[in-house]
Design a protein around this ligand. Structure first.
Ligand SMILES: Cc1ncc(COP(=O)(O)O)c(C=O)c1O
Length: 359
């Protein structure tokens, strides 16, 4: 059976080589007689995998010793709560940029827990866009400044990151490890794994160590970043199989040339799709050109009926997951690191044919 071109936003496509390797070792991990899923999280086999995953991420991002790499659970949604719980002290606010659906969810949790300032709001902008730094005035007493670096639903991203006085905190769920970043510009980064890093079940957190010391005494042990730093993410049983898959995906990323090479490939894939959209009056992109996401490409057709027909006909051609998020409709092609360039070519060909038949 041939693999589908999988445009789902997450869980999403994974490198075929990685899946093959996992399959090969599924029942007997390198001769130990059982799978890595069945291995103790305190044993040698898992220990090596865990530490390789940490080391790969450190190397790919170029992290200094000031930062820790954590594997946590509960998805990015849990980080929406843990960030304010740990980082915001008494008498402080926390600045948030509201750039769309995911930023709004982060803001809602921060508001439940304490003083929160929405310093920019482009959530209703059409075309969808990110705030400009000149539209933002930071609070004097902000504990951190939160952004959603890539809005998965509206298909926008911060192409360059804001320079902020307070430590920058970024939800990078839908673009983690898709381009090089300067980690020293960030206080904390988090990402659910299920888009660019592996299967769902593990959340990657990169945290500047000094920020973990801020947590008020009322934060429970399991919810403190400092707990997970001090135990190398082994305070309790971690999601071992997702971390194993993340180790394989990050190994694959290194073999492919790292983040600079990924960025080149990702930009080339996205450009083909945006060029196809821009060349046509039938397709209409929904994100402002300068803020277009390289991971999630979003567009509309002249009617919802045509959009449904487009998705159905693409599915018949083995191109799956193109339906836009249920909250906004339209079409969305998620083209993460491991999405093959041939899949983008196939989609562009299909778009041309669909327009010729229905335009
Ligand atoms: C940008 C962004 N943040 C947060 C989330 C929520 O992630 P999780 O389901 O891992 O909690 C998503 C999920 O799609 C997302 O795209």
């Amino acid at each position: 059976m041939s693999r589908a071109y999988n445009f789902f936003a997450g869980p999403a496509t994974l490198p075929a080589e990685v899946l093959e390797e996992a399959k090969e070792h599924l029942t007997d991990y390198k001769g130990i007689g059982y799978s890595i899923m069945e291995a103790s999280h305190r044993g040698k086999a898992y220990d090596e995998i865990h530490n390789e995953a940490v080391a790969n991420i450190r190397e790919l991002l170029g992290l200094s010793d000031d930062y820790s790499v954590l594997f946590m659970t509960g998805g990015a949604s849990t980080q929406f709560a843990l960030v304010p719980m740990n980082l915001r002290g008494p008498g402080q606010t926390a600045d948030y940029s509201n750039s769309g659906a995911w930023a709004a969810k982060a803001i809602k949790e921060a508001q439940i827990l304490g003083e929160t300032t929405v310093v920019a709001d482009t959530s209703d902008a059409s075309p969808a866009r990110m705030p400009r730094m000149e539209e933002i005035s930071e609070s004097e007493n902000s504990a951190y400044f939160h952004i959603t670096s890539n809005e998965t639903i509206s298909g926008t991203r911060w192409s360059t990151f804001p320079e902020t006085k307070a430590p920058l905190v970024a939800d990078m769920s839908s673009e983690m490890l898709s381009r090089p970043i300067d980690p020293s510009k960030f206080g904390l980064i988090y990402a659910g794994a299920q888009k660019n890093l592996g299967p769902s079940g593990v959340t990657l957190v990169i945290i500047r160590n000094d920020l973990a010391e801020r947590a008020p005494a009322t934060v429970p042990t399991i919810m403190r970043y400092a707990t997970h730093i001090s135990k190398n993410s082994l305070f309790n049983t971690p999601p071992t199989f997702p971390i194993y898959m993340l180790a394989l995906v990050t190994r694959w990323l290194k073999e492919k040339g790292g983040l600079a090479e990924m960025e080149k490939q990702n930009e080339a894939k996205a450009k083909k799709l945006y060029d196809a959209i821009d060349a046509s009056d039938f397709y209409r992109g929904t994100a402002a050109v300068e803020d277009r996401s390289v991971m999630n490409v979003t567009w509309r057709l002249p009617s919802e009926e045509l959009e449904a027909q487009f998705v159905a006909e693409a599915t018949e051609r083995n191109m799956v997951g193109l339906k836009g998020h249920r909250s906004v409709g339209g079409i969305r092609a998620s083209i993460y690191n491991s999405f093959p360039p041939e899949g983008v070519d196939a989609l562009v060909e299909f778009m041309k044919g669909f327009e010729a038949a229905n335009g």
